[in-house]
Design a protein around this ligand. Structure first.
Ligand code: FBP
Length: 284
């Protein structure tokens, strides 16, 4: 049904790989920080156009942005309704539920998207909210996409993207029943080793970016769940394409690229997204 629709859409349709455009950074980081680098991106219709023209699999956004553009683009590309959101004015590592499964149905979405923060003081409430929303979404045939971002008192900036912590967060998301799991690309840090909390050596060559991706894929039920990796803040095209090469080589299912797409002028963004798609097609 809806998961298949995401997988069958766009230039990567039918390959098992996908590229998704996520635009919730207005909530997470604020409008100017997100959209001033490329002002046409203040208009939610711009993101639909970008995702459609680039031949992506899906576009993910919070309620208001999907509603504001629904009149023009409903049905043109699978959408993922981001049903919870945080913001940079908050001091707590928590998210508010800002949309419902009913909203997703009304807007013709293929999936709901939900963020959990494993490690935060509020992690268990977030997981319980996710359980309720997932059950509702699955009952009506919607897919569930879970953003799993470790953060909280135990983790410093290095810990948030350390390989073992990223794998742990991905595995937790798989266990909550996500169809698609979204994490940041893991670094070569191994947090629990550093903190001398558990094992002394990690079962992976941490210096090998593709091996790190393969370790995350393994944590997502040995590849029985889909896992995509975020693009992060805007960076040079070569750096991003190298990350994508590692995701492809490590067996990851794709990328979810926001700022690196919509903060560039549209022609540059289309070129970069096309290069990313070519890597996932095995052409580059
Ligand atoms: P980007 O490609 O822009 O990193 O988007 C992916 C994403 O998960 C967004 O959905 C979200 O708003 C953002 O990253 C959160 O990033 P951070 O945790 O660094 O604030």
């Amino acid at each position: 049904g809806n998961l298949a629709r995401i997988l069958m859409t766009g230039k990567l349709g039918g390959t098992g790989r996908m590229v998704i455009l996520p635009v919730d950074q207005g909530f997470e980081h604020g409008p100017a920080r997100s959209f001033a680098p490329n002002p046409p991106a203040y208009d939610p219709r711009y993101h639909f156009e970008l995702a459609i023209e680039a031949g992506l699999n899906a576009y993910a956004a919070p309620l208001g942005a999907l509603e504001a553009a629904a009149g023009s683009y409903a049905g043109c590309i699978p959408t993922i309704l981001k049903v919870n959101s945080s913001n940079s004015l908050s001091t707590t590592k928590d998210q508010a539920v800002t949309a419902t499964v009913q909203d997703a149905l009304r807007l013709g979405c293929s999936a709901i998207g939900f963020t959990i923060y494993p490690g935060s003081e509020y992690q268990f409430e977030m997981m319980e909210e996710l359980r309720e929303l997932s059950a509702e979404a699955k009952a009506v045939g919607l897919a569930v996409v879970t953003w799993s971002y470790p953060r909280g008192p135990m983790l410093d900036k290095v810990g948030e993207t350390a390989l073992d912590i990223a794998a742990y967060a991905a595995h937790i998301a798989a266990l909550t029943g996500a169809h698609i799991i979204k994490v940041k690309p893991p670094t070569d840090a191994v947090f629990l080793d550093a903190a001398k909390k558990t094992y002394q050596s990690h079962p992976v060559d941490v210096k090998d970016a593709a091996a790190r991706i393969a370790h995350i894929v393994q944590a997502c039920f040995a590849g029985r769940r889909l896992v995509v990796f975020s693009g992060g803040e805007a960076k040079g095209a070569d750096a991003l394409l190298n990350e994508v090469r590692a995701i492809h080589a490590g067996g990851g299912n794709g990328s979810i690229v926001g700022r690196n797409a919509f903060q560039r002028p549209k022609d540059e963004a289309l070129k970069l997204l096309s290069d990313i798609i070519d890597i996932y097609k095995g052409k580059a």
